[in-house]
Structures are given as C-alpha cells and as structure tokens.
Design a protein around this ligand. Structure first.
Ligand code: KIV
Ligand code: NA
Length: 265
C-alpha cells in the first residue's frame, strides 16, 4: 500500500477527491478499517465514551490514549493515524502541550495529533508544529468544553460565533495545521470555510460542502444504538445483530447444543 500522508490529504483536496476518516481504538477494528481503504484513522478521545463508558470525553488520560493509539498503529498499514490530545494534556501551557504530543508520537507511533480550539491554543499548536509533529485542528462543537456550552447542539448558528469560527479556521491554516475537523455546524458555514482554505476540512454533522467526512465507527456500525443525531448514517445494525448472536449462543450453551461432536477434541 501507498501510505496516506498529511501531504497526500492536501493533494486529495486540490484534485477534489473526498477524504474518508473513521475512528478506531483497538487493533482488530483498526485492521478492518485500514483494510477497507479508509484514508485517515482517528484515535479519538471519544474512546472515553465508546470504550470506557464515561458520559463525556473529559476523563480519558494521556496514558489511556497512548494505549489505544499504539494498538491502532500496529494495525494501520495504509491509513494516516491521527491521535487526539485528551482534555488536560495541552490546555495549561504550550510546553505541556508539546510534552504531551511528544509522548503520543514516541510511545504510540501515531503520525499526527489533533486538539480542540482556535486562538486559545494557537501558541501550543505552533510549538508542537515546530517539533515536526503534524497537527489537525478541531472547531465547532468541541466536546472537551462541553461544560462551557452545556449542550451538544449545533454550533455557530449566530453570526458572532460563525465569525469567530471563520477566523479560527484561517488561523489554524496560517499556523500550519495540515487539516481541521468541523463538528456540528451549519452546512453553509462549513462549505464557506472549506472553500476559503487550502487545507482539507473534514466534517462531522457539517454537510456535504467540505473536503471529507468523519464518523465514530461504533456509531456508523449501529453498535451505539441510543445515539441518534441527524448527521449519523448507520451502515449496519450491529446492536441487533450482536444481541441476536449473544442470545443464540446463550441458548445453545444452556440447551447443550454447543459444543457439538465436531467442536471438541
Ligand atoms: O473523538 C472523536 O471521535 C472526534 C471525532 C468525532 C471528530 O474527535
Ligand atoms: Na475527539
């Protein structure tokens, strides 16, 4: 396979090829995602919800992110691996941010990091980039600041917030980010941002006018069946499929149908 790089993503944007991105937190899932030809694998801090069952992304630690990322890296033969800097690992100061990013690169083998925010984290982004670590930005709905907003509703519907988002997006490009995620913002605004930038804009709940799409893999597989935002397209109903497999297995064990003559030594 030809490895996807931060450079190939920019080239994809300039030739109008959309970028596919999905999350993975473990080796087995990442192997399937990579093998299917997904361009970018995000080791998202959504692992805090999906893997650990926390209500928010705030509790996941840098050590835990490194564990997830190292498992994903061992499986990714083609995809570019992006690793989220978790809450608390970069907000204090740029030096702390760089230290955290270095730990991710050294200890997991990931290819780049992602962090949330605009001008608040500008100096941290610059310091990380100076060390040669590619940075992906993340604007719009930023789940690490959920307690500041209070809800997971659509962001930047008002002109003032939309204006700040546009300024932040331009700042991220100028600072040197190789791409950015726009989460849950109006499609028109997202398209405007994508058209004004040369770096790829990857959307989630941001409409079709951007340069690529990202979903949480467990959501698009229908494993997390209580999460039903409008932007989510389900490609499988894994919750139903898995439940019926587990029920069948349980029934087979109890009825002593499993294991049969051929399934033993
Ligand atoms: O953590 C995550 O899964 C993300 C995506 C939703 C962009 O940041
Ligand atoms: Na995230």
């Amino acid at each position: 396979y030809k490895r996807v790089t931060v450079k190939s993503l920019t080239e994809m944007k300039s030739r109008g090829e959309k970028i596919s991105m999905l999350t993975a937190y473990d080796y087995t899932m990442a192997q399937i995602v990579d093998g299917a030809g997904i361009d970018v694998i995000l080791v998202g801090d959504s692992a805090s919800n999906v893997m650990a069952g926390h209500e928010t992304t705030l509790p996941i630690t840098l050590d835990q992110m490194i564990y997830h990322a190292s498992s994903v890296v061992r499986a990714a033969n083609r995809a570019l691996v992006v690793v989220d800097l978790p809450f608390g690992s970069y907000q204090s100061d740029p030096k702390e941010a760089l230290r955290s990013a270095i730990r991710i690169m050294k200890e997991s083998g990931g290819h780049s990091i992602k962090l949330e925010g605009g001008k608040e984290v500008k100096e941290s982004i610059k310091r990380i980039l100076n060390a040669g670590i590619p940075v992906m930005g993340h604007l719009g709905l930023t789940p690490q600041s959920i307690y500041k907003f209070g809800t997971y509703t659509v962001r930047a519907k008002e002109e003032e917030e939309a204006q700040k988002l546009k300024e932040d997006a331009l700042m991220l490009q100028k600072a040197g980010c190789f791409a950015l995620v726009l989460e849950k913002v109006p499609a028109k605004l997202a398209q405007e941002v994508a058209e004004s930038l040369t770096i790829p804009v990857i959307g989630i709940g941001a409409g079709a006018g951007v340069d690529g799409q990202v979903l949480v893999t467990h959501d698009m597989l229908g494993m997390t069946h209580e999460f039903n935002p409008r932007f989510l397209r389900r490609y499988l109903d894994m919750h139903t499929e898995m439940t019926s497999a587990f029920e069948k297995y349980s029934a087979d064990v109890k009825s002593q149908d499993f294991p049969n003559e051929d399934e033993q030594y």
